[in-house]
Design a protein around this ligand. Structure first.
Ligand code: SF4
Ligand code: SF4
Length: 248
C-alpha cells in the first residue's frame, strides 16, 4: 500500500476558509478517485484548466465548502493538505502562498521537512497533466483524422453513388433498347414475311389465272378442231355418198 503523504494542519482552519474561496486547487488522479468513491461525479466537482484538473467553484467558493467548513475534510485533496506551502516554478523554490490569509504568520523554514513531499506531489501533478494532454491530443488527432477521412470519403461516396445510379440508368436503357430492337426486328421480320407471302399468293393467283386462261384457250382450240374435223368428215361423207350415187 502506498505511504500517505504528510500533511500540513493549518492552525487557523477553524476560523479561516480564505483558501477555499475562488480556489484553483489542482487534484491528482489519486485525489479524484478518492473523492469519486464518496459518490461525487467528476464533472460535478472538477473542471479542466490547461490540462490540470481543478476544483470547481460555486458562488465564489469551492464546491465542497459547506457552512464555512470543508465537507470532505478527512478525504480532501492532497494540495489542500499542503496549502499554504506551494512550489513556485518562477523562482524554482518553495514558498508560503501570498494569497493565504495568514501568510505572514507562517515560518517557511519550520515546514522544510514537507518540501520533498510537496515536490513529489507537484511533479506527479505535472506528469499526470502531460499524460492527460497527450491523451487529449491523441483523441483530437483521431477526431481530426476521422473528420478528414469522412470529408474525403463523403464526396467520394457521393460520386460513387452517382456513378452507380448512372450505371443503373444506362443498364436500364440498354435493356430497354435491346427489348425494343428485338421487338423491331421481329416486327420487321413479320412484315417481310407477310410481304413475301403476299407476293407468293399473288404469283399463285397469276399462275392460276394463266392456267385458267390456257385451259380456256385449249378447250376453245379443241372445240374448233373438233368442229373442223366434224365438218371435214361430213364433207367426206357427202362426197362419198355423191360418188356412190354417181356410180349407181
Ligand atoms: S476541498 Fe476542502 S479544503 Fe480544499 S478547497 Fe475545497 S473546501 Fe477547501
Ligand atoms: S487561507 Fe491560510 S490561514 Fe486560512 S485556512 Fe487557508 S491556509 Fe489556513
Amino acid at each position: 500500500m502506498k505511504k500517505p503523504l504528510p500533511e500540513f494542519y493549518c492552525p487557523y482552519s477553524k476560523e479561516c476558509y480564505q483558501c477555499c474561496l475562488d480556489t484553483e486547487m489542482t487534484l491528482s488522479e489519486e485525489d479524484i478517485t478518492r473523492i469519486e468513491k464518496l459518490g461525487y461525479i467528476i464533472e460535478e466537482f472538477l473542471e479542466e484548466k490547461d490540462g490540470f484538473m481543478a476544483l470547481r467553484n460555486i458562488d465564489g467558493h469551492c464546491i465542497f465548502l459547506k457552512n464555512k467548513m470543508c465537507s470532505i475534510y478527512e478525504l480532501r485533496p492532497q494540495g489542500c493538505r499542503f496549502y499554504p506551502i506551494i512550489y513556485d516554478f518562477n523562482i524554482d523554490d518553495f514558498v508560503i502562498d501570498n494569497l493565504c490569509e495568514h501568510h505572514d504568520d507562517f515560518d517557511l523554514e519550520i515546514y522544510r521537512p514537507l518540501f520533498d513531499s510537496v515536490q513529489v506531489f507537484v511533479y506527479n501533478l505535472i506528469g499526470e497533466r502531460e499524460t492527460r494532454m497527450k491523451r487529449t491530443m491523441e483523441e483530437e488527432i483521431k477526431v481530426e483524422v476521422k473528420e478528414s477521412k469522412e470529408a474525403l470519403e463523403d464526396p467520394l461516396t457521393k460520386e460513387i453513388k452517382k456513378i452507380e445510379r448512372e450505371k443503373e440508368q444506362i443498364e436500364s436503357l440498354i435493356e430497354q433498347a435491346v427489348i425494343e430492337t428485338q421487338d423491331e426486328d421481329v416486327a420487321n421480320l413479320e412484315e417481310a414475311l407477310k410481304s413475301e407471302m403476299r407476293g407468293i399468293e399473288e404469283e399463285i393467283e397469276e399462275l392460276e389465272k394463266g392456267i385458267q386462261s390456257d385451259l380456256a384457250s385449249a378447250e376453245e382450240y379443241i372445240k374448233i378442231t373438233e368442229d373442223s374435223i366434224k365438218s371435214e368428215i361430213e364433207e367426206l361423207e357427202k362426197r362419198r355418198k355423191n360418188a356412190e350415187e354417181d356410180d349407181n
